[in-house]
Design a protein around this ligand. Sequence first.
Ligand code: PAF
Length: 281
Amino acid sequence: MQVFYDKNSFSNYIQSQKDQQKTIGFAPTMGALHAGHISLYEEARRDNDIVVSSIFVNPTQFNNPEDLEKYPRTVEDDIKKLEDSKLVDAVYIPRVEDIYPNGMDRKHYDFGGIENEMEGSARPGHFDGVGTVVEELFVQVNPDNAYFGEKDFQQLKIIEKLVEGLDLKIKIHGVKIHREKNGLAMSSRNMRLSEIEKETSALIFQTLKRVNEWFRVISVPEIKTRVEEIFDSENMDLEYFLIAEEGTLKEVDFFSADDDFRAFIVVNVGNVRLIDNLHLD
Ligand code: PAF
């Protein structure tokens, strides 16, 4: 596996792969890698000649400076995990000036309104920051296929809109959420949880599974009340829970006959913000 720490050497590598007409599969990350990331590379390996990873903690997608500061940075470990996986041909670890040569500004995007739902309203500017870094990485990596985890389902939809809006020839693949044994969705932020917090956080997925049992059996408002009661009774800080239509990500208050629905949840455990979601069927 080759490791690139600057744009020039990485661009030369990409150009040589393109010259050989190799297809490129890409999954960007912010590091602190776990089995969920590795599953992105497993999929990428199946579809492409070359698999590329990137590690870059993107400042413009953090609306809370403390969150940016606390974000785990474990580059040496990450490189080892990628190497050991034997799935990745190259990892790009750019410097800030490789991504933001003209200063750290966010671009502003219109993603058709989905940027204003859920995480968009909870974290103003977040999706502009994600769009800015992913657009730049797509230009530099020039992939045929790109892979994103469904844990950040709204982000996945935003990336699909980004590619459509810019008319890029990149196929976006959503990859199923990877979970710990107790159901907790794998996330780089889990590193900041104590063992006890990891155990209590199992309630998040347990609750989502109960919501799925209640789907089309009881009303949406009643489901919301029950979820709030569950977290209240455990003294856990539920930031939001809602059910949205999968295409628009707009919150619904009843289940129409033909649409697809997904439940979304955010819970703060200590000072760690955990997000999860489940397709309802
Ligand atoms: O999901 C992430 O890790 C980040 O949002 C991404 C897509 C790498 C952009 O910084």
